[in-house]
Design a protein around this ligand. Sequence first.
Ligand code: ZN
Length: 160
Amino acid sequence: MPGLEDLYREIILDHYRNPRNRGELDVPPAVRVEGFNPLCGDEIVLYVQLDADGTVDDIRIGGQGCSISQSSASMMSAAVKGRTVDEIERLTRAFKSMMSIHESSLEGAEHDVDDEVDPVDVKLGDLEALRGVVKFPVRIKCATLAWNTLSQAIDEASGD
Ligand code: ZN
């Protein structure tokens, strides 16, 4: 029986080698947003298309970088496709809280600590595989790059 860490490593490598939702979308109707993590040199080019109800109709990812950044982007894309903006916001906060980033310490945060996500409410699935990254603080930005880029893309797509 492989240990949990081996399983997590396998999931990360699988997403790195076989990235989900790789490619581009037409802009418009999609929005295109680039994210960059200068600490590691990771780049993510994100295409997001929302439908009229605020659901992610389609998402595509380009870019390059370390295995953590690229596998995190692949997992993120699989996790948010078909979800509403509200669900994605909860998922983003659950993911960041797993990465030990607390919303109250984020720049421009509008929610206070009382508004915390109910952890039972949100299933992280494969994203749990990135839990180990928290032990390597310098890599946390690699793991969160895709999510920060997604928040930017959703803001743009919703016309905020
Ligand atoms: Zn990286």
